[in-house]
Design a protein around this ligand. Sequence first.
Ligand code: ZN
Length: 509
Amino acid sequence: MERLTKDDLTQMDRGYFENLAPKALIDLACRLRDFSVDLVERLEQNSKNSSRPPSSDNPYDKGNGKEFKSEEDDKDACSEDENNSSGDEEHSDSDDPMQSNEVKRSPGKQPGAQGFWRSEPPVPEKIVPHYPTVCTGCGSSALKRSDRPYMGFYVYELEKTDMGIRIRCTLEHYYGAVCECGHETKARPGEGAVSRLEGRKEDLKLTEYSMVGPMLVSFISALSVRYKMSRVKIREFLSYWLGLELSVGTIDKSIREAGVACFPIVEALLEDIQKQEVIHLDETPWYEKGCLRWLWVVISSHIAIFHIGSRKKEELLGLITEAFFGWLVTDGYLAYRSHKKRQRCLAHLIRKGIALTGSVDKKAQKMGEWLLRELRGLIKAVAEDGEGGQQCNLILARLKRVCKLGSEEEHEKLRALAKEILNDWDAVIAFVKNPFLPPTNNEAERALRHAVIARRISFGTRTTEGSRAYAALLSVIETCRLRGQDPWTYIAETVALGRKGMVPSAIRA
Ligand SMILES: [Zn+2]
């Protein structure tokens, strides 16, 4: 028997069933049951039991259902993971050996795996000497340099040429010098901020004592964050195309280093964004060590800030502080509701309206079309006539009427949408009285798009430091883009300054 269509369902209401002969009614009931079974089975499909992509899964069901709720919970949520990964292999309580293996395997090189080392020593193009300039004892600059360096190391740096790029290798030599006062001063590689991470053997320190030069650090970050290449692919790329052999660990460290060097810039941007007149805000699921987190974006005409954290209101208050008095353009998420000057994204409401026009219920279909017509008409009228036009007032009156009627209807989705608009009325129509406000949140959604694709490729970050570094790099790259600046030269400068312990310069407006 043929499957029931939407049109068939539209015609079957209580009155129709009541008039059917018992035999026909039972047949129809059976067909409706078969149809429901099929639907229920389809509802239960996900990436594990069908060919649906993982991105279609409910984010709350991922990461073994774990979600970070607060900083406190962070530890609880992930301690389970840590216990498993460091715990002894033999005593597994898990029934599923595949599952437990997955959790236990720590990232990176496994014990007993083949090592990775340079087969030939690097050949430097030139030797760069570093001498002390003043005596650290008495401050005199009359120093007698020693003939031999007391330390040296190789640095690979990426050089931009007229038509391309090349890698150059230098040998950095550090010298000591003796002063007339008898004190010996040594030139030392610069040192900057240190990023600590619990359980890590070695802290991440910004320092000039590094094999990877600032521009190369920036280049590796570009390959990772902007071009979404994995660490392994970057190693392969550098080896094949530039003849440069770097380990995955060194590549990973370089990306983090670039992120850590960008932390102070993000802090300055956070202060600046509080003074903006209109900012867009949005969030999307993110995974940190398999736990559900949220990637936030706050974006204005020339500042973009990304942040990975919980979805709580407190997290939001860290981004949009009480010092912010401008307009907020958002979707309907409740955490935003307390801000007074707010524009609700109409694109979200329009999408819900479109869903209504496709519903089985005839009346809901009609009301949905009406609602959609008024919402779209309103955007068009404001764009054409500006504020306060006669046309706008008429549309507003009609929109309110359809919402009031809809809010009394039985159809659940129609009622919900109508009430949603009525309950948030001022935010829905704020752009009518303030024509400089965009009626949609496209800016923020577009900014998140890149990260959403990255999440599908990389399945998120692994540590709090990694999350913060990733968000900081995204913030700097996107802010540079908004201001028409080259992010990669800027990040290279920032790394170079950071390695000397100096504050980065602000991004040019
Ligand atoms: Zn001296």
